[in-house]
Design a protein around this ligand. Structure first.
Ligand SMILES: Nc1ncnc2c1ncn2[C@@H]1O[C@H](COP(=O)(O)OP(=O)(O)OP(=O)(O)O)[C@@H](O)[C@H]1O
Length: 311
């Protein structure tokens, strides 16, 4: 658990983070969103002490994060940034091995961990281990950046606009991968983005910042349905609200008994994508399939109900 307790950061005369308090429960993803310059990165960096607060405190599992030397704290907290920050003159394996090496892991354990992470990110270890960063695509570099952040099995992972530079298809894949990794390892993740779509897709909770202040910190459904201020409402984009609600649920959650004609929709598809598919194919309903077997159907009407403002 990460507890940010009344954290303020002042640079000169500017209060960049203004008395922010929020708690990130263990094993959940908190996404910090807001306009440029609202203090998102500064706030996140107080967790691993790349920024020292002017006042307030950060506790990790109940312990003040100043109890450890900063370098030791940072080895325990994964950190992935936009542009991935890979060391250009080190191989993929050496990049991933950075923190395990600092922690004194033996060579065999490090080599096993490197291969395990490459496998996890669907990069063939034999083909990628010895490559240099410039021999990778942007999406591959990004995956290595996250693999490096996860190398020493941290309980906490901080991510600063990790997908900002990726094209929409690779970005969606990277987001799916992150959710799978988070579910597998139970990592507590804090992610900064300016993209509300990404926040809703990834966050168990969303923190909205403006001018250093935390305006709202709630579950995505509450941010959408009950924005705390006009600014939060604007950031969500009022016309997008029904579709954002749909993107929070999967077809599996809405499947009902019954039959329907045409190509089935996968149970893991978001309700938003299912809605688009039904509109596009001009159908009132579609079968729902899980692992190739039909498990029911989903109807346009049911999806529309899901998109309505919660009472
Ligand atoms: N080391 C520093 N010294 C002085 N001012 C700083 C420093 N770091 C950040 N700032 C200022 O603090 C404000 C918040 O910066 P921060 O990077 O936290 O915002 P952000 O919300 O992450 O923005 P972006 O989305 O553009 O990255 C900005 O006005 C920035 O210029």
């Amino acid at each position: 658990m990460i507890e940010i307790d009344a954290v303020t950061k002042v640079y000169g005369t500017q209060t960049v983070v203004d008395a922010v308090s929020m708690t990130v429960p263990s094993g959940t993803i908190a996404v910090i969103v807001g306009t440029s310059g609202s203090g998102k990165t500064t706030l996140m960096r107080t967790i691993n002490r790349l920024v020292e607060p002017t006042s307030g405190a950060v506790r990790i599992d109940g312990e003040d994060n100043r109890a450890l030397p900063a370098y030791e704290l940072r080895r325990r907290i994964g950190y992935a940034i936009q542009g991935h920050g890979l060391f250009p003159h080190r191989t993929v394996a050496q990049n991933i091995a950075t923190v395990p090496g600092l922690l004194g892991w033996d060579q065999k354990r490090i080599a096993n961990r490197v291969d395990e992470l490459l496998d996890l990110f669907q990069l063939d270890p034999a083909a990628f281990r010895e490559r240099m960063p410039h021999e990778l695509s942007g999406g591959q570099q990004q995956r290595i950046g996250v693999a490096r952040a996860l190398a020493a099995e941290p309980n906490i992972l901080l991510m600063d606009e990790p997908y900002g530079a990726l094209d929409p298809i690779i970005r969606a894949k990277a987001q799916e991968d992150l959710l799978a990794i988070q579910a597998r390892f139970g990592t507590t993740i804090v992610l900064v983005t300016h993209d509300m779509e990404e926040a809703i897709r990834l966050g168990h909770r969303i923190a909205v910042m403006d001018a250093g202040k935390l305006l709202q910190y709630s579950k995505p459904a509450d941010i959408i349905a009950k924005p705390a201020t006009p600014f939060v409402k604007e950031l969500i984009g009022a016309p997008e609200r029904p579709f954002r609600l749909l993107s929070l649920v999967r077809v599996a959650d809405l499947a009902e008994p019954g039959e329907a004609a045409g190509a089935p929709l996968d149970a893991g598809l978001s309700a938003r994508d299912a809605y688009a598919e039904l509109l596009w194919s001009g159908r009132e309903a579609a079968p729902v399939a899980r692992d190739g077997a039909i498990v029911g159907r989903v109807r346009l009407q049911g999806l529309a109900k899901q998109a309505a403002r919660p009472s």
